[in-house]
Design a protein around this ligand. Sequence first.
Ligand SMILES: Nc1ncnc2c1ncn2[C@@H]1O[C@H](COP(=O)(O)OP(=O)(O)OP(=O)(O)O)[C@@H](O)[C@H]1O
Ligand SMILES: [Mg+2]
Length: 360
Amino acid sequence: MVKVLLRNIYKSFKHKKKVVDVLSGVDLKIPDGKFTVILAPSGEGKSTLLRIIAGLEVQDKGDVLIDGRNVNDFPPKDRDLAMVFQNYAVYPFLSVYDNIAFPLKIMHLPKEQINKKVRDIAKMLRIDPLLDRKPMQLSGGQRQRVAIARSLVKGTKLLLMDEPLSNLDAQLRTLARAELKQLQKRLGITIVYVTHDQSEAMVLADYVAILHAGKIEDIDNPLTIYKRPVDTWVAGFIGNPPMNLIEGKLEKKHSFVFEKHKVMIPPSVAKRLKSKGSRVIFGIRPEDVKLGSGSIKGRVTLVEPLGSQTLLHVAVGDVKIQIIAFHTRLIELNKEVNIDLSSENAVFFNDKTGRTLMEK
Ligand SMILES: Nc1ncnc2c1ncn2[C@@H]1O[C@H](COP(=O)(O)OP(=O)(O)OP(=O)(O)O)[C@@H](O)[C@H]1O
Ligand SMILES: [Mg+2]
């Protein structure tokens, strides 16, 4: 089932007589009860899109549907959703209990009802032993849970989150991330989460939606996005280090040729390839390049030890290739190495449009 449906959303801002087009035809289906992450670099309109769903910003064109109902004319308070911002503002002078109870007090609910709701949600979020504390006396992750408890206490099933972890330090962030993912599964709520951090998106999401140039470029599960990017832009944006992209020529469906080197294309890849010949872009992930075998010779130009693996930069003529080597054997700078680019995970893109040439 679809929880939120965005149909052809347009939004531009006028700034000093200049018009900035931010969203130009966003179509997106956000499934019910899942964790959907909208991923885009900074300034691409993530917050704007989230604010349009929440009703805090009005789109120039297009429709927002929640639970199948068009909510274009609904003010934020009638959209039955909650939003958690980057700084998840909790009131510093109120106790955890009073922070969570706040939205219910505004509704003038009877005291016993408030008490029950606050304790139930606090228990679900495992902050029930902390109800007497002030936000100052909590860890970042606990504070985040208080903010979430407060946003969900009214029984809201749709939670919008705008980079809520960005002001936590790296270690806490990893913890808070894991907690948030478990929480979503436990409560079965729909989360729409925006971030510019692709590793965060990969870890958290059931579905990743990539926003680029005002449109949703792709939406799929994280692994499919990683393995079968729809275009070279996504291939370069997802994955760290990014996918290697090499321009060259396709010879029938059997081999790919660049700088006089020939790469054999495995039958499983050829089977999914929609193009037969001519110029293409070949894509291979750094971990799929085999080192020490194969006929292509390259020179190591940089060695970056990452602990369990090593990132190598290798030059094959003018082509630069990044390789993740999993063995810890010392690899020396300037050394000549053999590499094998023939991989079951290789993909191809159109050399002009950058669009994928692979069947999904
Ligand atoms: N009220 C406004 N007036 C004019 N321009 C705006 C306004 N709000 C946002 N913009 C512009 O719209 C674009 C998108 O902004 P938005 O905040 O949605 O980006 P974002 O993807 O959330 O970025 P970040 O990752 O940095 O938070 C930016 O170029 C921004 O400068
Ligand atoms: Mg933003």
